[in-house]
Design a protein around this ligand. Structure first.
Ligand SMILES: NC(=O)C1=CN([C@@H]2O[C@H](COP(=O)(O)OP(=O)(O)OC[C@H]3O[C@@H](n4cnc5c(N)ncnc54)[C@H](O)[C@@H]3O)[C@@H](O)[C@H]2O)C=CC1
Ligand SMILES: CC(C)CC(=O)C(=O)O
Ligand SMILES: [Mg+2]
Length: 369
């Protein structure tokens, strides 16, 4: 059994708590079957924290997130908080957590399960067997760059400002994560930016080129403009192995990649920081790539698999529980093969199951191991 590990759950808003409930069942199964022992805390974040505490994440919650071995996050936001000041909107809580934990490398795998090749909006032959890894820089770029804000000009007009900023160091550290991952995969990295338009993109391209030549000559590096990458992902996604890109392009391209797999409700992510050489600890923050899905929240129909697969990534990357992570992924595959489908991945003409029934089906598969 793996020694006691500490875990903070932050379900958040909308479908966040609904899908987190199913992930908790998997955690319970891991403990009840004697595979692991966790100390689990849970806290508010996003709109739920605004309602209770007036801020989207409290200092105490941030402190807890820094103390634990890993954080499992749901999703935040929703129309209820549309009118709160921008600085304390629910999403600001998520951005603060990522920044405070210094989790800079967001790993967003897009893998097509065999049983779902027909659920993609692309032709099955284009996506069958697809397995790409998008590495998105997560605490820099235009989401964090200064200056930012909305200012009033002398003529009374307003101007909204955000700034794309990347330093050599920020590009190198996420680049190393991408090259390291490629070494364990097909050995190919495609670096994505807009070096034809933006200086930050030009620097990104130069730094990646130098990094590959100096530290990763065994890995093949190509470059692509972000607009072309979006087109190529829809045209021929299997050409990619690892894609490394900045915060904004990574956010957008990973939602696009999600639809190749059949649904946004299937894509997990792991966001990792640097390993502290003194303690051996590496911050790990795990979340589905989808948001709080206000259009389906409260209906019991959200697909919990992205949240559960995020837990599998947590076990793999933060707790080195490779077998258990693989067991969960295999159970997901078996549930899908037996046509266990929430509405987002429905097979036309066949009944769908609810969020909790998807949880039931998954636990049944895990118990059958
Ligand atoms: N990490 C986070 O907490 C994120 C939060 N958001 C926030 O979420 C709210 C809604 O944003 P949207 O742009 O609508 O994106 P969204 O990802 O919440 O939803 C987009 C579409 O995908 C569907 N969908 C998402 N997850 C699903 C699941 N697990 N099962 C089935 N269908 C699913 C939704 O029903 C919706 O039709 C906003 O407040 C946004 O800021 C958005 C993205 C990430
Ligand atoms: C801060 C988030 C709402 C941005 C987002 O869409 C994401 O990280 O996937
Ligand atoms: Mg997003």
């Amino acid at each position: 059994m793996t020694a006691n590990k500490t875990l903070l759950l932050l379900p958040g808003d909308g479908i966040g708590p609904e899908v987190m409930t199913q992930a908790k069942r998997v955690l319970n199964w891991l403990q009840a079957s004697g595979r692991a022992s966790f100390t689990i805390a849970e806290d508010l974040v996003g709109g739920a924290s605004i309602d209770a505490n007036g801020v989207p994440v409290t200092d105490a919650t941030v402190a807890k997130a820094k103390e634990v071995d890993a954080v499992l996050f749901g999703s935040v936001g929703g129309p209820k908080w549309d009118k709160v000041p921008f600085e304390i909107r629910p999403e600001a809580g998520l951005l603060r957590l990522r920044a405070e934990l210094q989790v800079f490398a967001n790993l967003r795998p897009a893998k097509v399960f065999d049983a779902l090749a027909d659920s993609s909006s692309l032709k099955p032959e284009l996506v069958r067997g697809l397995d790409i890894m998008i590495v998105r820089e997560c605490i820099g770029g235009i989401y964090f760059g200064e200056p930012r804000g909305i200012e009033t000009l002398p003529n009374g007009e307003q101007r909204g400002i955000n700034t794309e900023v990347y330093t050599t160091h920020e590009i190198q550290r996420v680049g190393r994560v991408a090259f390291d991952l490629a070494r364990k995969r097909q050995g190919r990295v495609c670096s994505v930016e807009k070096a034809n338009v933006m200086e930050a993109g030009l620097l990104w391209r130069q730094v990646m080129t130098k990094l590959q030549a100096e530290e990763f000559p065994d890995v093949q590096l190509s470059h692509m403009y972000a607009d072309n990458c979006a087109m190529q992902l829809a045209k021929n996604p299997k050409q990619f192995d690892v894609i490394v890109t900045g915060n904004l392009f990574g956010d957008i391209l990973s939602d696009l990649a999600a639809m190749l797999t059949g649904s946004l409700g299937l894509l997990p992510s792991a966001t990792l920081g640097a390993k502290d050489e003194a303690t051996g600890r590496r911050p790990g923050f795990y979340e589905p790539i989808h948001g709080s899905a206000p259009d389906i929240a409260g209906k019991g129909v959200a697909n919990p698999l992205a949240q559960i697969l995020s837990l599998a990534m947590l076990l793999r990357y933060s707790f080195d529980m490779q077998e258990d992570a693989a067991a969960i992924e295999a159970a997901v595959e078996r549930v899908l093969a037996k046509a266990g489908r929430t509405p987002d991945i429905a097979v036309p003409g066949r009944a769908t199951i609810s969020t909790s029934e998807m949880g039931d089906a998954l636990i049944a598969e895990l118990e059958a191991i």
